[in-house]
Design a protein around this ligand. Structure first.
Ligand SMILES: [Zn+2]
Length: 879
């Protein structure tokens, strides 16, 4: 029961605003899905599917020929049904004889000639075609974007494979596949398993045949075809391949080259070698998620193909996304949740595997930093607190939430911490081995852990997985000089209700005195307890949960000098970071400010330096500003620099800072720092900043990085003079990322100008998903009710995905609300902002709005990175 560890989480960085829009959509979409929570009863076992697809690009159509080999499970089964939505079934044969069939809105039903016996085998062949509204996506050039590389890709999870393939579409069945794709001769295809052959199909076409011989679930089937560049690598002779949309192949190595080392580390740590015949990662445009772990063939967003100059400024590169999807190849693909209620067995483990890579490659401090950040973020999301990780009541929300991901990963860390590495990893190996190729529920993990480690985990599972919440501690201690004793009072203050109880956790307490330090383990189990420890003299430092392993919040009543000592002397990241947060609350104190300044300049962990920069920004005042400015002179790492610059955006009334920010925006070694300075200038509404922002819009930078930042900043900046520029950059033909930022900013200017509303409404019917979403939410935030008819007309479009409808309705509701309800531009999504501390209270409406905006901006920046490791349930881009 020891060994400190970590968890993964935020790597903060500025990214495109289209990602911010996606974030908003992600939050909205979360509330709208309703997947089947429990696994279905099965009449048959689908064993193998031969899936032959052709495509009509003009029509965005799929022409399919699928043969399912299945065995009857239920005695007396007389009909076979498949999930099938929006597909036109042309013919069906059963064992090669023509068969009758019927279709409903979401099923294809094939009657059998007679009631079947259990074990009877059938071959059901289905010829069909369709224009999928989900599940399969066509990315094609158009008049505004004539050079776009052509791409067709699929996204099955959670229940969307049925939109392009009639099949059994629920995780609790597994099958092998043969995927036969006939595409233009210059295209590349990627699917599950091994590439068997590429043959000439006449008329300039080629047929690619892929075969997957390890069974997996239908949501993990993938089809990608199009104009791609390829790069190749190997791990122990297994092909490791990477694909980028044509023209961006040179970005593959810099962003993806850690993959073989990751496969190696995971294989060794888990004691189970990478199980599939190859590992491909295909980066596609307009992807509806960050990444998707299709068996042996992950699909990721092409926004992970950073420009080399931007990639060089990212501390952990794209490793969060890459390690998450790779981790799924074991947890999710080899061993699959039986139902969506147990999705944390996929997502919690994938999140945990991110941290395994982080710790292995970047070291413990980085892993600790990410875990500490993840904990704070999770504790800040009140909507998650009362829900257990394992739950089957997600009608009104999504099962793919911060409990399945962040908390799931943190819970696995606690298990690792409590069992110790020597017991934990062999137990994971056992879990993977006994469940290999099977579907699992949470109980299967408990059983495997017990079988391997001989530790009873029932109570642990009961409170952390079937129960909800986490402990909120109130802590204080006293020292008795006569008894030479420290008495630590531990109170649990979380509201005990529903599934939230009093927690039973083993906690490491470290007492440091002048003569050294000693670690104790205490069994916390009640609402209030007092623990005593020997101590030869009054303690210099008392640490509760040393190293920060338990998911919790803690209010530890300590004196300033103790926090200062802890900031300087605590060995572990989490304890120094906690000290930073506690010290931040002490205002107008030179000693605190200078201690945080020292941390900012010289802590060994960059994450702590960044945390100190944030704290100084929130403390404010001239001495805090001076610390930040001084640190900026020596902080050359772009990941630190960017955070310092961002913190400087808090100093509203300091003209010298505006001057400094202007200088950074114009010239700095770090693009991330320059982008942060541009956003600061917008937030601060610095007089005279318009020229700087406009210059940045017309400047050249990698992938328009600075332009996009400036376009986003012009909204909060709030000067109507920017309208023509924003109109220009909102227009079709401009880069999509520039457009989404420009549209959002445009919506917050000249609010009375209905022509602007009309212009934005015009983008609602565009084929580009991010533009459409940006326009939709921009209109909702603009508050001009004249947009309502356009939104209502949009509702009548028949090409909308199911999820888009409620989002449109939501914007209509916003616009129908009487004026006065404060809705800052771009404020949709702030409901999940985990902001702590209100910052400086200046009073007045605009200050409040600015604060909310600030929070949102920060949230967006923090979330952007995380977003990519979520398989979000985003609606599809519409053709
Ligand atoms: Zn995942």
């Amino acid at each position: 029961m020891k060994n400190p560890v970590q968890r993964s989480g935020n790597r903060c960085r500025v990214r495109s605003f289209s990602m911010a829009v996606l974030l908003v959509v992600f939050i909205a979409a979360l509330q709208l899905r309703a997947d089947e929570p429990y696994a279905r009863a099965r009449d048959y076992d689908l064993q193998h599917s031969r899936i032959a697809l052709r495509f009509d690009l003009e029509q965005r159509k799929v022409l399919g020929d699928v043969t399912h080999s299945l065995a009857i499970l239920r005695e007396g089964t007389s009909k076979i049904w498949f999930d099938s939505v929006g597909l036109t079934i042309e013919s069906v044969t059963v064992n090669k004889s023509p068969a009758k069939f019927e279709t409903t809105a979401d099923k294809l039903i094939v009657p059998l000639p007679a009631a079947a016996k259990a074990g009877d085998k059938f071959e059901v062949a289905i010829r069909y075609q369709g224009k999928p509204t989900k599940g399969m996506y066509f990315i094609l050039p158009d008049k505004d974007y004539p050079d776009r590389p052509r791409q067709i890709w699929t996204q099955g999870e959670s229940e969307d494979t049925r939109f392009y393939l009639p099949t059994y579409d629920y995780p609790n069945d597994r099958l092998t596949t043969e995927t036969i794709l006939t595409v233009p001769g210059t295209w590349i295809t990627v699917s599950n398993g091994k590439l068997v052959s590429v043959s000439d199909a006449g008329k300039g076409l080629k047929t690619w045949t892929w075969r997957e011989s390890l069974p997996s679930s239908t949501y993990l089937i993938t089809v990608v075809a199009g104009e791609f560049d390829e790069a190749k690598d190997f791990w122990r002779g297994i092909p490791v391949t990477y694909f980028a949309p044509k023209g961006r192949g040179d970005r593959l190595p810099i962003n993806y080259s850690h993959t073989p080392a990751m496969i190696d580390l995971f294989s060794k740590k888990l004691g189970v070698d990478y199980p599939w015949e190859k590992y491909a990662q295909v980066m596609v445009d307009d992807f509806v998620a960050g990444g998707m772990e299709n068996s042996s063939a992950t699909t990721n967003t092409s926004s992970s193909l950073n420009h080399p100059k931007i990639a060089a400024e990212l501390y952990t590169d794209e490793d969060g996304l890459i390690s998450h999807e790779l981790g799924h190849q074991w947890f999710g693909d080899l061993v699959t949740c039986k139902d969506w209620g147990d999705i944390w067995l996929n997502e919690g483990f994938a999140t945990f595997m991110e941290s395994v890579w982080t710790e292995g490659h970047y070291g413990k401090d980085q892993a600790d930093f990410e875990r500490w950040d993840g904990m704070r973020e999770w504790m800040g999301q009140a909507n998650l607190f009362n829900k257990p990780i394992v739950r089957h009541d997600f009608d009104d929300s999504s099962e793919f939430d911060g409990n399945a991901y962040t908390k799931g990963g943190l819970v696995l860390h606690m298990l690792r911490q409590q069992l110790g590495d020597d017991a934990f990893y062999p137990a994971l190996k056992h879990y993977l081995e006994v469940n290999r190729g099977k579907n699992v529920v949470t109980g299967d993990l408990a059983k495997a852990l017990e079988e391997s480690s001989h530790t009873n985990v029932d109570q642990f599972f009961s409170q952390w997985l079937y129960g909800a919440g986490a402990p909120k501690f109130d802590l204080s201690y006293s020292y008795d000089q006569d008894k030479h004793q420290v008495a630590l009072t531990v109170k649990q203050t979380q509201k005990v209700e529903g599934r939230v109880g009093i927690f039973r956790v083993p906690v490491g307490v470290e007492i440091t005195t002048a003569s050294g330090h000693k670690l104790y383990e205490i069994p916390v189990s009640k609402a209030e307890q007092v623990f005593t420890f020997p101590a030869d003299s009054a303690p210099l430092m008392v640490l509760f949960d040393k190293g920060g392993h338990i998911l919790k919040s803690a209010e530890f009543h300590k004196e300033k000098k103790e926090w200062l000592y802890q900031l300087k002397n605590a060995a572990e990241f989490a304890d120094r970071a906690d000290a930073t947060m506690a010290l931040e609350k002490i205002k107008n104190d030179e000693e605190v400010v200078s201690a945080l300044g020292a941390t900012l300049r010289s802590d060994k962990s960059w994450g702590l330096r960044a945390t100190a920069a944030d704290a100084l920004g929130r403390i404010g005042g001239t001495t805090a500003a001076k610390q930040l400015l001084d640190a900026l002179n020596s902080a050359n790492e772009p990941w630190v620099r960017y955070r310092i610059v961002y913190a400087l955006g808090n100093f509203k009334d300091d003209a010298s800072i505006a001057v400094k920010l202007t200088a950074i925006a114009k010239d700095d070694n770090s693009y991330r720092a320059r982008a942060a300075a541009l956003q600061d200038l917008g937030r601060l509404k610095s007089p005279g900043a318009l020229a700087t922002l406009e210059a940045a819009v017309s400047s050249d930078s990698p992938d328009g990085y600075l332009r996009n930042a400036a376009l986003r900043a012009l909204g909060p900046f709030g000067d109507d003079k920017a309208v023509p520029l924003l109109q220009q950059w909102s227009a079709p033909g401009k880069p999509i990322e520039a457009r989404t930022g420009a549209i959002r900013s445009l919506a917050s200017l000249e609010k009375g100008n209905q022509d602007i509303t009309k212009q934005i409404a015009g983008y609602l019917s565009e084929p580009h998903f991010p533009v459409r979403m940006a326009a939709l939410f921009a209109l909702g935030g603009r508050g001009d009710a004249t947009a309502i008819p356009a939104l209502e007309a949009l509702l009548k479009n028949n090409d909308l995905s199911i999820e888009m409808v409620p989002m449109i309705k939501e914007q209509i509701v916003r616009l129908k609300k009487p004026a006065g309800g404060k809705t800052p531009a771009g404020g949709e999504g702030e409901e999940s902002a985990a902001g702590n501390g209100a910052g400086s209270e200046k009073g007045g409406d605009s200050a409040a709005v600015l604060q909310r905006l600030e929070k949102l901006e920060h949230l967006v920046q923090e979330m952007n990175e995380r977003l990519k490791s979520f398989e979000t349930r985003l609606p599809p881009p519409k053709p």
